[in-house]
Design a protein around this ligand. Structure first.
Ligand code: GLP
Length: 239
């Protein structure tokens, strides 16, 4: 595991984006796992900038988002369909038809189809990940089985409270979601985990230095052979 600490979030973003760019440069139809949240925004901005500067052909790149709220209208501005389009697909210039987000219907069939689509694409080359304050990955909350696959899940009160800022009120935040499982995430060939800010310090310390346990889903990354943490000094403050 490589842990890199940055004072400057733009520099953090450039470092993390280089892993994505390297995968695409090596293989034009690379499969990139995409995360929502504020953590990867500097990565996405740097990816867009570096790809433009280097004239990278990204027309064959595939993308798979980690998760989506259950029952949300995909056209809702805070659906992960919308967020992935706004924060990644458009700025980076990916081909929209080559980027998938789990279906908000969140049925068993939709979950199985998502797993099959990832497998059919050859698996994820680089998975971008944020980390929840409670150590969650995607919407795999504490207690999620370490071998879980894409499925419908319930959100914890903490996650609903954290995500309420994106909605009119906490009551408007969906209480369920569809998420790639921890087993799905671990199948990616490389994990790039981004964390920014003091609020993530305890989760980062538990994930990197604590025991591997379902109580801290991100701790499972200790078992991955190719994982890079790009974190700022505040997020690193409890290491
Ligand atoms: C949501 C997403 C996670 C993300 C987390 C952290 O719960 N499902 O994938 O990592 O938010 O968000 P932020 O980066 O804004 O702190």
């Amino acid at each position: 595991m490589e842990v890199r600490v940055f004072d400057d979030v733009d520099e953090l973003g450039r470092f993390a984006a280089e892993h994505v760019i390297a995968a695409i440069s090596a293989q034009p139809d690379a499969v990139i796992g995409l995360a929502t949240g504020s953590s990867p925004l500097s990565l996405y901005a740097a990816w867009a900038e570096l790809a433009r500067e280097r004239g990278l052909d990204q027309s064959a790149v595939r993308g798979f988002a980690l998760d989506e709220y259950a029952g949300i209208d995909p056209e809702h501005p805070e659906s992960y369909h919308s967020v992935i389009t706004k924060t990644v697909v458009e700025p980076v210039g990916l081909e929209p038809s080559r980027v998938a987000v789990p279906s908000a219907e969140a049925t068993e069939e939709a979950a199985a189809a998502y797993e099959e689509a990832i497998t059919a694409a050859g698996g994820v080359d680089v998975q971008i990940l944020g980390i929840g304050r409670n150590g969650h990955l995607g919407f795999n909350e504490p207690g999620s089985p370490l071998d879980s696959r894409t499925r419908r899940v319930s959100l914890t009160a903490e996650t609903i409270a954290d995500n309420a800022r994106f909605f009119d009120s906490a009551a408007d935040v969906p209480t369920e979601a569809i998420t790639q499982g921890l087993g799905t995430i671990m199948d990616a060939r490389k994990l790039v985990i981004v964390a920014v800010g003091e609020a993530k310090a305890a989760a980062v310390a538990a994930a990197i230095e604590g025991p591997v346990t379902p109580d801290v889903p991100a701790s499972l990354a200790q078992h991955h052979e190719n994982v890079v943490y790009a974190i700022d000094r505040a997020a690193a403050s409890q290491l």
